[in-house]
Ligand binder design. Structure first.
Ligand code: FAD
Length: 280
């Protein structure tokens, strides 16, 4: 319930109309938790900006709650970014999540915006303070960064460019998050750093994706998931326990919110919020 814990829920644009209808039901169900906002990814899995907008508008219509589209440097130039920002503003959207995006293999140059900080600067220049801007951060440093300290420096630069708040890559090591936040605070940056939470619902997909995005699966978790990989009921039950406990530790450490990577599914996120007594 609002007041208990700030929540936000991330979706990706569904592939077809049927899946979009299903997502609308998911949004309504999760909307009962009264999240601060939903967000909708762009580019991941080949989604187009039109699909992101369509999903944003449908989600907002279904729930009457705020929805923030994601934007990426990859696939953008100043001209189409300007047009997109105008379109979002016209639709009454005032919250964005700004990313660099993952560079598709074979593409040498990501475009006119090299880093998320360039995109944030451009938006502030073009749209002033109209948008609240979230950016990504990485408690277990971004896989391409040269060093943890440099990664933090680049994160701080995104805030200096005008980001209001941050959502982290998911992690299963609370200490990594707490150490990262302490480090950032010691350098004078005080924007909210909201932990990104990935519910655990399968084995192979999680291992593959975690390897590519640099999220560590602790050995004790990995071994159990491996053992349960053909027993989906046990796997989901274990995953729910692990992620509930992770969230509880984060709440005990007074995090500014929890951002769930829902993977467009109701149950895993809802069950965790239920366990945490966040359902009103
Ligand atoms: P940046 O902040 O640009 O950082 C990327 C790398 O460059 C880092 O290693 C950083 O240390 C380094 N760097 C930054 N600035 C500089 C500089 N000035 N000079 C040299 N090096 C620099 N991807 C999608 O495609 N679509 C999405 O919708 C999407 N949503 C996401 C939401 C969240 C909350 C998160 C955490 C990630 C999301 N991603 C998404 C993935 C994201 O695009 C990738 O993690 C990407 O590899 C990095 O994006 P970034 O915005 O952190 O990039």
């Amino acid at each position: 319930m609002a007041g208990k814990q700030n929540l936000s829920f991330e979706f990706f644009p569904p592939r077809n109309d049927e899946a979009l209808d299903e997502l609308t039901r998911t949004a309504k169900d999760l909307g009962q938790l009264n999240p601060e906002f939903f967000s909708v990814t762009y580019g991941a899995g080949g989604s187009s900006q039109n699909k992101t907008l369509e999903t944003v508008l449908k989600t907002r219509e279904a729930t009457d709650l705020k929805v923030a589209p994601h934007l990426t440097c990859v696939g953008s130039n100043k001209e189409n970014m300007q047009a997109l920002l105008d379109e979002y503003q016209l639709h009454g959207i005032n919250h964005l999540v700004c990313l660099r995006g993952d560079i598709p293999s074979g593409l040498m140059h990501p475009g006119e915006f090299l880093h998320a900080s360039d995109l944030v600067s451009f938006i502030r220049e073009h749209s002033g303070d109209h948008f609240t801007i979230d950016v990504a951060s990485y408690p277990e440093p971004h896989p391409e960064s040269n060093s943890p300290d440099e990664d933090i420096k680049h994160f701080i630069n995104k805030a200096k460019a005008g980001a209001n708040s941050s959502i982290t890559q998911y992690f299963y090591n609370v200490d990594a998050y707490l150490y990262f936040v302490d480090n950032v605070r010691s350098q004078g940056l005080d924007i909210p750093i909201v932990p990104g939470i990935m519910p655990i619902t399968n084995y192979k997909g999680l291992i593959r994706f975690s390897a590519s995005c640099g999220a560590e699966i602790p050995r004790w978790i990995q071994l159990r998931l491996e053992a349960y990989q053909h027993d989906i009921k046990s796997l989901k039950s274990f995953g729910e326990d692990v992620v509930t406990s992770l969230c509880q530790q984060l709440i005990d450490n007074e995090v500014p919110g929890l951002h769930f990577y829902t993977m467009n599914k109701t149950e895993p996120t809802l069950n965790i919020c239920n366990n945490l007594d966040l359902v009103g």
